[in-house]
Design a protein around this ligand. Structure first.
Ligand code: LMR
Length: 336
């Protein structure tokens, strides 16, 4: 009798659990496969960077606001595609969102060379003044072609130099091999200082530094910290000599074919995340710079105002070279 009772209780418990599971439909099950929309968002940096965090936040907010109808799948750390591959993947609609550094899009949109000019922006406020201005917005609007459409600009921050020898004066750069992103301005910047530039994908930078295939690099504290470049470099000059920002790009055909209401939610959410990302970029770069210094693994040096003046003077010819391509009006708008 006791056995029968135990069996009955067990059966009852199994039935209750099963019924509970049946009732708990997941979000995605509420929509048919035709209604569900999957957006693949590929990027090359760590999840713990301003871009990585913003991509995740966008995915979460979109999930909540569409009741799970739109699923943004974020692939960080070049997991899906690395530099060079992700643009082709976007054009072919194998991914629907990417956020490459502007430098990496200069071959498609040459006026983006503007953002790589050394010492163009003093601080984040100047960057935002430009991007939010009528001229800045009109410029972003124009960034479409090859099936791509730009949706927003996100910050990373200001670059510092890392190297195997101290870099204080322009003459210290002689013959060093620098890893760069693919931008003719960045190439010219290092040539102007008597160094050489090697264009390498972000995912190869750590190994290239470790194996001495290059001697030095420029990047933001958030990238240097999250990818541990400070372990394979001896010196870090806090020069803030250039800005690194991102273009959030989509596949135009995909975007314009979305249902109107969904596209509106995505665009509003992206605008909100863009504002949030600006704060995150300031916070993370400041914090990661402190964390790098705290490791004691790299010798930090803050460039003095006098030294900065020398660097600026040495790099001025780069501005002259690219002015015709960038255009005086755009440059003037960025300098306001
Ligand atoms: C780099 O290649 O150094 C950066 O553009 C990586 C990134 O996306 O921040």
């Amino acid at each position: 009798m006791k056995k029968i009772l135990t069996c009955l209780i067990l059966l009852f418990l199994v039935a209750v659990t099963y019924a509970g599971c049946q009732q708990r439909a997941t979000d995605s099950e509420q929509f048919s496969s035709e209604e569900r929309i999957v957006i693949k968002f590929s990027h090359v940096v760590s999840e713990m960077t301003p871009k990585g965090l913003a991509a995740r936040r966008f995915a979460e907010l979109v999930h909540d606001r569409t009741g799970g109808r739109v699923e943004v799948q974020v692939y960080p750390n070049s997991q899906l595609y690395m530099d060079g591959e992700e643009v082709d993947a976007l054009i072919d609609n194998r991914v629907q969102l990417i956020a490459p550094a502007t430098a990496k899009m200069t071959q498609y949109f040459p006026q983006l060379l503007l953002f790589d000019l050394p010492f163009l922006f003093e601080d984040y406020a100047q960057v935002h003044r430009f991007i939010d201005s009528d001229e800045g917005q009109a410029f972003l609007e124009k960034l479409r072609g090859n099936g791509m459409l730009s949706l927003a600009m996100w910050d990373n921050g200001f670059k510092v130099m890392t190297s195997n020898r101290p870099l204080r004066n322009p003459s210290d750069f002689q013959n060093l091999r620098f890893r760069i992103m693919p931008s003719r301005v960045l190439d010219a910047q290092f040539m102007q200082l008597g160094a050489q530039a090697r264009d390498l994908p972000f995912s190869d930078v750590y190994a290239a530094l470790e194996r001495n295939l290059v001697d030095a690099a420029e990047n933001t504290p958030s990238n240097i910290y999250t990818k541990k470049f400070y372990l394979v470099q001896e010196h870090m000059t806090i020069s803030n000599h250039g800005y690194l920002g991102y273009l959030v790009l989509t596949n135009e055909k995909f975007w314009t074919s979305l249902p109107e209401d969904i596209r509106l939610i995505l665009e509003e959410t992206l605008a909100e995340v863009t504002a949030w990302e600006r704060e995150a970029a300031i916070y993370h770069n400041q914090r990661d710079l402190e964390l790098i210094i705290k490791t004691g693994q790299i010798e930090p040096y803050h460039l003095s105002d006098e030294e900065k003046k020398e660097w600026k003077k040495a790099l001025l010819p780069v501005w002259d070279t690219f002015l015709p391509e960038i255009g005086e009006d755009l440059l003037r708008a960025a300098l306001r």
